[in-house]
Every structure is written in C-alpha cells, then in structure tokens.
Design a protein around this ligand. Structure first.
Ligand SMILES: Cc1ncc(COP(=O)(O)O)c(C=O)c1O
Length: 367
C-alpha cells in the first residue's frame, strides 16, 4: 500500500521517549520547555506555547484575545472544521469567506465584504502548507482594528515572503498531528511576539494558574491543554530534522508537478512566488467528469491511499443550518470540497512511488 501519509519516526524519537519514561516525569516539564525553545528559534518568534493539539492552540488563541459572544470572526470556508469550531465554542459567530482557487486559502479580494462592525478577528488558514496572502490580510486588520490569528496547523516551516507562516499575525497556531510535517502524536503550539498574550496562553493552558515568587494562584478560569514530556521529547527529535523533512516533501511535490502538470483532467496546486510551500498535503483538483469518491475506491484497490482534501464549511449541517447558508457565495470552496483529491506524500516515499501514483491516477481518470 502506498500510504497517504506516514510519520517520519526514527531512533532519536525512541531514545527521547525512553529517556522521559526512565526519568519518571511524564507531564509537561523540561522536554516541553526545550521543544518550545527550539520551535521559537526555528520559527524566529519570541514565544512558543506547546499544547495538546492544534485545536487547543486555536481555542486558547481565541480565549487569550478575549473573543466571545457578540463577536464575529472571519474564517475561510474551505478548511478542517476545527478552525471554525473553536470560534463557535467560544460563543463567537463564524463569518465564512470563500477561497481563491490557486492557493485554496482565503480570497483576500472578498475579505473586506465579510467585515462588519462586530468583526473582531480574521482567522486565515495556511491551507495544505501553502501560506495565505498575509499582506492584504494584515492591512485590512490594521485598517479595521482587528486581531489576526493564523491557523498554521498544516504549515510548520512554510514561509510567506521569507517569514515563517504563523508568525505574522497576533497569534499563530500549529498542529503536530501525525499527518503534519512534524508530529508529536497529537499536539499543537501557539506562538506570539506579544509577552502579555504569551503569559495568558500559558495560564489558560494550565487551569488559569499563574506562578510567581509568592506561589501559585488561579488568576483566571482555564483548561488542561498541556503537552506531555513524552510528546515534548518527540517534538525535540522531530524539529531537529524538520528542514530535511520539508526538503523531501518539496522534492516529491515537485515530482508530482512534473508528472501531473498540464493535464486537462486535473489541476495541480500552484505555489505563489510569495510562498515556500511545504506540501503538507499534495492536493489536486479533478475536473467535473471524474467521480472523485469512486476514484478513491479504485485507487485503494490498486494499493494507493488517497482522500478528499478539506471541507466546505457552508456544506456542513451545523454551519449550513445555524447560518441559513444556501451555498451561494462559496463556489470555490464547494468545488474544492467536491473535486479535491489528496495524493500520497511523505518522506517514506521515493520517486518511483510518485510515478506509480501519477500513472495509475492518470490511467484511471482517462478510462
Ligand atoms: C487547518 C486545520 N486547522 C486545525 C486543525 C486541528 O488540528 P489538531 O488535529 O491538531 O487538533 C487541523 C487538523 O487537521 C487543520 O487541518
């Protein structure tokens, strides 16, 4: 089976985890602190707060910025539902913005129309490891006095104009789920340049507890979103090879581009000049004549695992019903939701595997 994705785990991860088990200290501790320091250094951002998942990072980001009832947050319509679910869980209102087809990220030309007097934040997603176009987003945020939370769950190591995705807005959120470029099993991180926000994020992740010379005190309501030291040890091992992983992913992505580019049956992903794409997902768009779900089944029979890419939120029952959405205005997200296909891409694959996937795929859609 050529798997859709597989984590890049080696001896370093095993040794790291063993050392934590041997130490007897399993919860958040030195390993998490070291992972945070290494991530902050790699991303070139002052503060990194490790948490239990990307969803937890998004939830804490919204809470730290004080977003809740009566507030609106603009979210791209095409994403994993966690992006908007966390907005809803905070009691704020999700306002969906359609995507640009060339990046699968928020269409910044449509963004201003989504802003009302209740808007407090913009929540762009760096979809599939391609950075959103941050300059127009930051400009609008500045003009309207809005926060920017970057959902960089899929984009650890991706860049926008030479800056790491996730480090441009007020808070950036990463996921270390096994499908991401680097993984801690489950895990996430919120990063910021603002010391006050960093302090709030740390408190909120740990029951609202503040530590000072005089002791511990619970200064706000909070959650347990801590990362364990087992995960921290894995993160340290993973981050030491992140550039190697990204290099390989980019090579494999480029190989697909060569083999699948220029075919009328599908559209390959673009990489804008402003971006360093990490190909967290290699996502192609099939034409309207291809039965995507049937193709997924046929490819599986041939030993190739593929999947749909991401979800159009306007088509999910919760969002559709709550906001009375009829589908109008979300044509691009809907098209990507219906016709998107994620192809196998991970460091365990070689050029030959990519060639096999490309030729099986083209053979099937031409049949
Ligand atoms: C865009 C996006 N945001 C948020 C998440 C949530 O991350 P996690 O699974 O670590 O909670 C995901 C997960 O796939 C994602 O793709």
């Amino acid at each position: 089976m050529i798997r859709l994705s597989a984590p890049d785990i080696g001896e370093e991860e095993l040794q790291g985890i063993k050392s934590v088990l041997d130490s007897g200290w399993l919860v958040q501790g030195n390993m998490v602190r070291e992972f945070e320091a290494k991530a902050a250094d790699y991303l070139n951002v002052p503060f990194a707060v490790a948490v239990s998942s990307g969803t937890a990072a998004l939830h804490l980001a919204l809470l730290a910025l004080g977003l809740g009832s009566g507030d609106e947050v603009v979210v791209p319509d095409f994403t994993f539902p966690a992006t908007a679910n966390t907005v809803e869980i905070c009691g704020a209102k999700t306002v969906l913005c359609d995507i640009a087809m060339d990046t699968y990220c928020m269409d910044t030309n449509l963004l201003e129309k989504c802003i009302t007097e209740k808007t407090r934040a913009i929540l762009p997603v760096h979809e599939f490891g391609h950075s959103a176009d941050m300059d127009p987003i930051m400009k609008l945020a500045e003009n309207y006095g809005l926060f920017v939370i970057e959902d960089a769950a899929c984009a650890f190591g991706a860049e926008y104009k030479g800056r790491k995705a996730g480090t441009i807005g007020d808070i950036g959120c990463f996921s270390f789920h096994p499908r991401k470029a680097i993984t801690t099993g489950e895990g996430g991180m919120a990063v910021t340049s603002d010391p006050v926000l960093a302090k709030k994020l740390r408190q909120l992740r740990n029951h609202g507890m503040a530590e000072s010379e005089t002791g511990k005190a619970f200064v706000s309501a909070g959650l347990n979103y801590r990362m364990t030291d087992l995960q921290g040890a894995m993160g340290i091992a993973q981050i030491s090879k992140v550039e190697k992983i990204i290099r390989k992913r980019r090579e494999l992505g480029e190989e697909y581009n060569q083999l699948l580019g220029g075919q009328e049956e599908l559209t390959i992903p673009t990489c804008k000049p402003f971006c360093r794409h990490i190909y967290q997902t290699y996502h192609v768009l099939l034409n309207e004549y291809t039965d995507r779900d049937g193709l997924i089944r046929l490819l599986r029979q041939r030993g190739i695992e593929t999947n749909m890419g991401a979800y159009a939120l306007d088509r999910q029952p919760y969002y559709k019903e709550k906001y009375g959405l009829s589908g109008d205005g979300y044509g691009n997200a809907d098209r990507a939701f219906e016709r998107g296909l994620a192809l196998p891409l991970h460091t365990g694959l070689c050029e030959k595997d990519i060639k096999t996937v490309a030729s099986e795929l083209l053979g099937m859609i031409r049949r």
